[in-house]
Design a protein around this ligand. Structure first.
Ligand code: GTP
Length: 237
């Protein structure tokens, strides 16, 4: 196995569901510990790690029909802050240095997001966890991930999912679903593949940031991705 990582600075997008473990709601500490172990492995390789985390394990705004989108989105953003603090805690327990930066100012619990500070933290080897999405309603955490990746000049977006990559239909529901090894941004949009929303993809198009969609459930996959091994689905221009 090669030891030198292909990517020096990455943006890892974790969905809130990645933190569930076996449960239906909240934070599964075994799941968090597994993620932390993988992050520690790549951190030792000298990879600069930024993370955008979702909040769907705590609150899923879009599914609450009784609520308007704006308050629901703000509640979702607060859920991402809870997840960010949980991830920070497990990483720091392992001796890693981390900073949570929030897009919504809440100075008592996290630093406010300042791009130049975020880059400084990364250069100093701190894991930076971006919380509260973009800070604005109507934007997904995938859009926050592509925005932050662009701002910090990440070389790649690693999008962790429950399946091995992007399929033509939901592989958890359809046995004959076919996986794509490679896709262009335009194919994602034209085929209406539900990998990231159009706002997120259009940011990737404008800034030419590749995305690897991969299965977080397979141990070692984050390391494989940073080494440039063929896993999941690669989406490029
Ligand atoms: P360098 O100056 O690059 O070494 O970065 P630093 O983050 O160590 O500097 P600083 O002295 O600003 O921060 C020390 C600690 O305070 C770190 O744990 C920061 O995360 C934390 N910190 C800094 N600003 C804030 C803030 O606005 N809110 C909260 N809650 N913590 C902060």
């Amino acid at each position: 196995m090669k030891n030198k990582p292909k990517y020096k600075r990455i943006l890892l997008k974790l969905s809130g569901e990645a933190l569930l473990g076996g449960g239906k709601f909240g934070i599964g500490y075994r799941a968090l510990a597994n993620i932390a172990q993988e992050l520690e492995d790549i951190h030792k390789l000298g990879v600069e790690i930024a993370i955008v985390i979702g909040g769907g394990n705590i609150f899923r705004g879009g599914t609450v029909k009784e609520m308007d989108r704006v308050p629901a989105d703000y509640m979702g953003m607060l859920a991402t802050v809870i997840n960010a603090l949980a991830l920070q805690e497990v990483l720091e327990k392992r001796g890693m240095h981390t900073r949570v930066m929030s897009a919504i100012e809440m100075k008592e619990i996290a630093e406010p997001y300042i791009r130049r500070r975020a880059i400084r933290h990364l250069e100093k080897g701190r894991v930076v966890i971006f919380a509260a999405g973009t800070g604005s309603p109507f934007f997904t955490t995938d859009t926050a991930a592509t925005l932050r990746a662009t701002e910090i000049n990440a070389q790649i977006i690693l999008k962790a999912t429950k399946v091995d990559g992007v399929y033509d239909s939901d592989p958890l529901k359809f046995k004959d679903a076919t996986k794509f090894d490679r896709l262009t941004y335009m194919e994602v949009l034209e085929k209406h593949l539900k990998v990231m929303d159009a706002t997120a993809i259009s940011l990737c198009i404008d800034h030419n940031i590749p995305i690897i969609v991969f299965n977080l459930g397979i141990k070692g996959n984050i390391r494989r991705a940073v080494h440039g091994e063929n896993i999941g689905t690669v989406i490029k221009g």
